[in-house]
Design a protein around this ligand. Structure first.
Ligand SMILES: C[S@@+](CC[C@H](N)C(=O)[O-])C[C@H]1O[C@@H](n2cnc3c(N)ncnc32)[C@H](O)[C@@H]1O
Length: 313
């Protein structure tokens, strides 16, 4: 796997595609809701002119600090704040601009977060079972692993990880935690390896860790909250671009875009519309945009990326 070194926070994915589809006005106002290492922000700053405004958000205080420094030299860059994008309305109240020509989401986690063992995101290194994007608050993965009952754990692994052996893994977790609390990624890894046989072990580990991360950070809830809120903050003709990295997220984005492009939510058996809802988006990517082969060769973490873009009507 190609991994950026520590001096590279994160290799941004599909930069050319994002910039090309998101930017409609070089003097416009843009909002990046997943600032990360600021790779997309920098690429945007480079094509925008000096009258443009670039705002950013990340839930991870380390990312916010990094972006403050990395973007400091760009006149277009106005502000980055630490917040969860699900609270976008409250977030925007802290910016000078309240509406945008483009809003961007690059879901999931950064390479820096994966590579720092002490964040607990990776089953490849030993660290505390944390997995919070926001290291200052909230429930950790260890809390969930030690508190949820067997049925809840099984449901979590199944729903967010689509893991076939979810119930067996949940049973093993509960059995092990009766002997000793499960506090590290290595402990959880061992439990999964006991239950799952080769050659499926790595895939199951990835699914179990993904499921926990999604639950800890309430990722689907955040996404479901941000999508409609983002549309209300877009100016007419403004664009919403979302990169997702697994099918649960991509499906959520796709369904939201389709619903917003349709407008009417009346049941199909009604002869005419009674809800009166008008379309609010025009979909610009009938199929999701995926990275070029050459990008995946350079950055294996790009391989599952799907970019969808829609324009406010
Ligand atoms: C894939 S990285 C973004 C990388 C970035 N585009 C770049 O070029 O470096 C995803 C980022 O989103 C942040 N994030 C995830 N969920 C979030 C949420 N609900 N609110 C705000 N930030 C979130 C993570 O902390 C992480 O830094």
């Amino acid at each position: 796997m190609n991994r950026p070194g520590r001096e590279v926070y994160h290799l941004p994915v599909m930069v050319t595609e994002v910039v090309g589809l998101l930017v409609t006005k070089v003097d416009g106002t843009y909002l990046d809701l997943t600032a990360g290492g600021g790779g997309h922000l920098k690429a945007l700053a480079e094509v925008l002119d000096e009258k443009a405004g670039l705002y950013a958000v990340d839930r991870d205080p380390a990312a916010v600090q990094w972006v403050e420094r990395a973007l400091a030299g760009f006149l277009q860059f106005k502000k980055v704040i630490k917040a969860a994008f699900g609270d976008i309305a409250g977030v925007v109240a802290q910016f000078e601009e309240k509406t945008f020509d483009g809003i961007f989401l690059d879901l999931g986690l950064s390479s820096r977060q994966v590579d720092e063992g002490e964040r607990g995101f990776s089953f490849q290194s030993d660290g505390p079972l944390d997995m919070r994007f926001d290291t200052e608050t909230g429930t950790t993965a260890a809390d969930l692993i030690n508190i949820l009952d067997e049925r809840e754990l099984g449901k979590l692994f199944k729903t967010f990880g689509e893991e076939k052996l979810a119930s067996k893994i949940a049973r093993a977790v509960v059995r092990e935690r009766q002997k000793k609390m499960i506090l590290t990624t290595a402990q959880l890894r061992e439990i999964v390896l006991e239950v799952v046989r080769p050659p499926y072990q790595i895939k199951s580990l990835a699914r179990v860790f993904q499921a926990l991360r999604m639950a800890v950070n309430r990722e689907l809830e955040e996404l479901q909250k941000v999508l409609p809120a983002a549309v209300t903050l877009l100016r007419p003709g403004g664009r919403l671009a979302v990169i997702s990295y697994h099918s649960l997220e991509d499906r959520t984005v796709k369904n939201f875009f389709q619903q917003a492009a349709r407008g009417c939510v009346c049941p199909p058996h009604l002869p005419q519309c009674v809800c009166g809802q008008k379309p609010s988006l025009r979909i610009l990517t009938k199929k999701p945009v995926t990275p070029q082969k050459s990008e995946i060769e350079k950055n294996s973490r790009a391989r599952s990326a799907r970019l969808r873009v829609a324009e406010k009507i």
